[in-house]
Design a protein around this ligand. Structure first.
Ligand code: PRP
Length: 211
């Protein structure tokens, strides 16, 4: 039997996913330990688990380096890779939103060359240009995005809001919601044809446990 490889987004999504694979009887408990290892193998079920940066999960799956991936919808929208999105797992729920100071809300869509800071340039461009027909100046950042409007780097941000704590503690708020987000189960298109039964067994197991 060939190995099936699962790419997990490092962090909370991986932890929740590992619990589900453990419930399935797969031996991936070593992933819960503090370790620098990146590949974990279950020889009995012929499964490999790899830990990768969230934004790289769709790349591994599209190229077939992983047959299966578990990753946030935000990453899928931003990466726009050629793969099957099989299941909304429900966990990791949060939302993508345009955020900023409350005063800017009413005039937002009238501002010429609105400066938008984001870790998600494609999602931000697509929302303003395709949905609102507004030209923006996109400023790509890689973290602490909430800082941008506070120091005059941008007018607003497009970012993930989970508890809303980061916004509240920095005097910002959600101005417009773009879309809800959560973890998704994705599959490589060729793997789906080659290993339909094995993959669907995992999909069904996960489907029954969706929160
Ligand atoms: C994410 C996101 C927000 C924050 C939202 O950042 O980009 O900044 O979490 O969570 P909250 O609504 O619960 O406060 P992350 O923790 O990934 O940090 P970084 O963007 O600075 O890397």
């Amino acid at each position: 039997m060939e190995y099936l490889t699962v790419a997990l987004a490092k962090g909370r999504l991986a932890e929740l996913s590992i619990d589900l694979f453990l419930q399935m009887g797969m031996d991936c408990s070593e992933m819960k330990e503090k370790t620098r290892k990146l590949i974990f193998t279950d020889e009995v079920h012929k499964m490999k688990f790899i830990l990768v940066k969230a934004s790289d999960v769709p790349t591994y799956v599209e190229y077939g380096a992983a047959d299966i991936g578990i990753v946030g919808k935000d990453t899928l929208l931003e990466e726009n890779r050629n793969l099957y999105e099989m299941l909304n797992l429900g966990f990791g729920a949060c939302r993508m939103a345009v955020c900023g100071r409350a005063e800017i809300k009413d005039k937002l869509f009238g501002i010429n060359n609105l400066r938008v800071a984001s870790k998600y340039p494609k999602i931000a461009q697509s929302y303003f240009q395709d949905e609102k027909g507004q030209t923006i100046e996109l400023i790509q950042l890689h973290g602490s995005v909430e800082l941008a409007p506070l120091v005059g780097l941008s007018d607003v941000i497009v970012d993930i809001v989970e508890s809303g704590k980061t916004l509240a503690e920095n005097g910002l708020e959600v101005l417009y919601e773009i879309c809800p987000l959560s973890a998704r189960f994705v599959v490589n298109k060729v793997s789906m044809k080659m290993h339909t039964d094995r993959i669907m067994k995992i999909v069904e197991f996960f489907r029954e446990r969706i929160v």
